[in-house]
Design a protein around this ligand. Sequence first.
Ligand SMILES: [Zn+2]
Length: 76
Amino acid sequence: MKKPENKKNTYTINMTTDAKGDGSVTCPKCNTSISPDDETEENYEIISTEIHNDELAELVLKCGKCNNTIKLTGFQ
Ligand SMILES: [Zn+2]
């Protein structure tokens, strides 16, 4: 069965289990390295953030290379 064309894939990355030691992640689609600490935002664009009890709970990014949507969860 074919997926609807207008629905983009969103990849979810768990920061606790999937992030590298320096807190960066890799775009599952194009392998671009994305670091949430990179304030230049050259490789990504922040779509939305979700804060729970003053802690970052969820961060939705758009990859700057392939425009893929990446949802980061599992912050500690
Ligand atoms: Zn990408």
